[in-house]
Design a protein around this ligand. Structure first.
Ligand code: GAL
Length: 807
């Protein structure tokens, strides 16, 4: 094991050394030792960890299960949800074993030459309350599981082998959703000259942006004296577009302005990235070099024009996302994030809010590259608790440090256009809360004068009275659409953001009768209806938000709760077992779109048509019964046919919020056969059509991969959607067949998920039942290139194999 570690580290060192003579970043990825539970002397170098599990980081120790209703069972009244009487909440934090202590150990090698270097140890997140030891000595600790932090470990390093040990502790009652557990984001060593650019010491802003020219301001903080800085800007083709050298610094900061002529402006539609390379010299001696990607763009928020990007007013078509990646838990994975964001692109979504904490660096890199506006949030709690052991315990000691690190680490991402200091913090009440809001906002302003700050507010009346809402750069309202007008009148900013909207609930492919609007509706199977008419006591249906967005120019956009389902918070089934993940997503936990996805797509995706019909048409036993049909479409009218018989034309109209955005045939009588919708253009001409056919028995398995070629790096993933069809090829929408998965060749079975919020099946066993006819299998590359083959089989089904190339 040790030998492997040495080879890995040494290889990386050699590679980075030859690429660049100055700093090296070594990601401590493989060959960690992990133990769940207390361990005496586990911080010492000679501790015997041979029996511990070998894991790679990022790692989430809890995601492997098993689900257990007793884990973090919370008997509480959730006051934010209007509850007054405590009830037993199972599954609130996902019912996975994240509580308790976990230890990680990792050996790495340091050359004699590196003992004269400055060495930082960077954690991009550690869940939670990390205590960090090097060679038996405590070198530091942190508290918040979502914070980025680093320590200067230069003085604690030894020549040769060094032993890093990290203890993590997760308290019960510390979260409102699944937080994950462990070293779930990268850990790295940064090895550089003592005279070097500070960690997160580069600040790039674009104070002047026109079509003709951009002024790029680069501030570089450094340690040491008598140095000069050479700064070069490259375009996306790696051509030099500007360069400047300066020996003049002020208080250990260089402040340069570079001119970029005819800049390509960054936007979701044109996510064009430049690169700044800053080189620090002592005489002719290159001491340090840092490369930073950035975008040239301007943002502005005003009462006259709302939110403007590059001078153009636009509204946020956004989603809130928690940080878990469904079956992968919280262990960050770029392939999984990229897939999420590709699905969001197809949706026409342009913005993401990292609810309710710091986003991963990977997610921000992808937002820059793929084109998403980003609302980077920090906290779900300040000083007043929502959950007993939440961030309230750390607020006084850590809030400033956590915000500083958030801003410094991420401020060069063009995607970030707004910060959030908090979500529905109970501190909205009372004058102390107003002071806290101002204090936090001022820290953001001090660290980054270019972006505004919001808070997602639910106690809107209280914030009108106390002045809390008035002091924010951007008043964000969570739900409470009925208060938008009043808030707009009373708050001075002149605009309102829907910082959190909808919270409509549904289960993919599940439809309930009678079809009616309902709040907190529960069914014996613990599912919610995909007719998209069910919501929470504090929330609303999508159309109520659409009307605000469409009719009020002073509403600057919305962030829908949520894009994807997440682990934990199984409202409206918080007290029902088994139920362990959310129903809020437009897309389920496996990453498969629900019907609601198409409702948003029909208005957000302006590049492509949407024509989507629901429910499915497999209703044995409902013959002769009323079975409403809804169509979510970018067209404004359509005609529906059951077995060729017209059910009439529907045209979007203003009589109700729903008829304005959906086409609904409420009196359709079910008979098996075909359901066809024909979309019509304004002249009544046929523009598009879609047909669903009643399926027979499941006959054959169908596989579809999101990517057929992946990288042979041991962590890239392909997501294979598995479904079944009858012998005529019709999809079987209600199939629940139990399937088995086998991977051969250059790859591994990684995980599986079917999107059923009530399933207690492990994500890590190579078998699972279909949910509403579908599930998703994740396969992972190895470091050896070649082909991997996934075979999926099930009783009485024609099996299927798919081959993925790994390069
Ligand atoms: C909001 C809250 C979210 C989530 C959501 C569910 O009030 O900010 O974190 O709990 O409700 O509807």
């Amino acid at each position: 094991m040790l030998k492997n570690t040495l080879v890995h580290v040494v290889l990386l060192f050699t590679f980075t050394l030859s690429a660049q003579q100055t700093r090296r970043v070594v990601t401590l990825e493989e060959d960690w030792k992990f133990h769940k539970g207390e361990a005496t002397n586990a911080e010492t170098s000679d501790f015997d960890d041979a029996q511990w599990q070998t894991v790679s980081v990022p790692h989430d120790w809890a995601i492997y299960g098993p689900f257990d209703k007793e884990i973090d069972k919370q008997t509480v009244a959730i006051t934010q949800n209007g509850e007054t009487i405590p009830t037993e909440k199972t599954g609130r934090t996902g019912a996975l074993p994240f509580t308790g202590t976990g230890w990680y150990r990792k050996n790495f090698n340091i050359d004699a030459a590196d003992l004269n270097k400055k060495v930082l140890l960077l954690f991009e997140g550690a869940m939670s309350e990390p205590e960090v030891y090097l060679n038996g000595k405590k070198i530091g600790e942190w508290a918040y599981g979502y914070a980025y932090f680093y320590f200067n470990i230069s003085d604690a390093l030894l020549e040769g082998q060094n032993t890093l040990a990290v203890k993590l502790s997760n308290a019960e009652f510390s979260s409102r959703w699944y937080p994950g557990a462990g070293l779930y984001r990268p850990v790295s060593l940064i090895i550089k000259d003592p005279a070097s650019i500070d960690q997160w010491g580069t600040t790039i802003t674009t104070p002047v942006v026109t079509q003709e020219v951009a002024k790029v301001n680069i501030k570089t903080n450094f340690s040491s004296k008598n140095l000069s800085l050479k700064t070069t800007i490259y375009d996306a083709q790696n051509l030099v577009v500007a360069q400047q050298q300066t020996p003049v610094s002020y208080d250990q900061q260089f402040d340069q302005n570079l001119k970029v002529v005819k800049p390509s402006l960054w936007s979701p539609e044109n996510p064009y990235l430049y690169k700044v390379v800053t080189q620090l010299y002592s005489g002719d001696d290159l001491k340090d070099e840092v490369a930073t990607k950035f975008g040239i763009r301007s943002i502005n928020y005003s009462a006259e024009n709302g939110f403007q990007l590059n001078g153009e007013t636009r509204k946020f078509k956004g989603v809130c996302l928690h940080h878990d990646l469904g079956p992968l838990g919280t262990a960050v994975n770029k392939a999984a994030l990229r897939r999420q964001m590709q699905i969001l692109k197809d949706l026409g979504c342009s913005a993401i809010r990292s609810a309710h904490n710091m986003p991963s660096f990977e997610q921000l890199e992808l937002a820059d590259e793929m084109g998403f506006l980003f609302l980077a949030e920090s906290f779900d709690e300040w000083k007043k608790p929502k959950v007993k052991n939440g961030y309230n315990r750390f607020f006084d000691d850590y809030a400033e440090k956590d915000v500083v690190n958030l801003v410094r680490a991420t401020r060069n991402h063009p995607s970030i256009v707004m910060w959030s200091t908090g979500n529905e913090v109970p501190d909205q009440y009372g004058s102390a809360g107003v002071k806290r809001a101002l204090w936090l906002q001022n820290i953001f302003h001090r660290e980054d004068p270019t972006r505004p700050v919001t808070v997602g507010m639910d106690q809107v009346k209280a914030t009108m009275e106390s002045g809390f809402g008035a002091i924010l750069d951007i008043p964000g309202l969570n739900y409470r659409v009925h208060l938008y007008e009043e808030a707009y009148e009373k708050f001075p900013q002149g605009f309102i953001l829907g910082s959190e909207t909808a919270s409509t609930v549904s289960s993919r492919g599940i439809y309930k009768f009678p079809v009616e609007k309902a709040s907190m509706k529960e069914y014996p199977d613990f599912q919610s209806s995909s007719y998209d008419l069910e919501y929470c006591s504090w929330s609303n249906l999508p159309e109520t938000d659409f009307m605000m967005q469409d009719d009020k120019p002073w509403v600057i956009g919305e962030f829908v709760w949520t894009g994807f389902d997440y682990l934990g918070e199984p409202t409206p089934y918080d007290t029902s077992w088994p139920s362990r993940s959310s129903y809020f997503g437009m897309i389920d936990l496996a990453g498969i779109p629900k019907d609601r996805y198409y409702l948003y797509r029909s208005r957000w995706n302006t590049e492509d048509e949407t024509l989507h019909m629901l429910p499915h048409w497999n209703w044995e036993g409902r013959e002769g019964k009323k079975t409403p049909v809804f169509v979510y479409t970018s067209y404004d009218r359509a005609e529906l046919f059951v077995n060729g018989k017209s059910q009439g034309i529907r045209i979007k109209n203003d009589s109700t919020p729903q008829t304005r955005y959906r086409l609904m045939w409420n009196d359709v009588i079910y008979e098996p056969g075909t359901l066809k919708v024909v979309a019509l253009d304004k002249n009544g001409k046929q523009a598009a059509e879609k047909t669903i056919t009643t399926a027979g028995k499941p006959h054959q398995i169908i596989l579809e991969a999101d990517r057929k070629t992946i990288t042979a790096n041991g962590k890239d993933l392909s997501f294979v959607t598995v479904s079944v069809v009858d012998k005529n090829g019709n999809p079987c929408p209600t199939a629940t067949n139990a399937l088995k998965f086998k991977v051969t060749g250059k790859g591994n079975f990684k995980a599986v998920c079917n999107g059923d919020p009530t399933s207690l099946a492990s994500f890590y066993e190579p078998q699972m039942k279909l949910f509403s006819g579908k599930l998703v299998v994740l396969v992972e590359s190895t470091k050896n290139p070649g082909n991997l083959n996934l075979e999926v089989s099930g009783k009485q089904l024609k099996k299927a194999t798919i081959s993925i190339t790994t390069l």
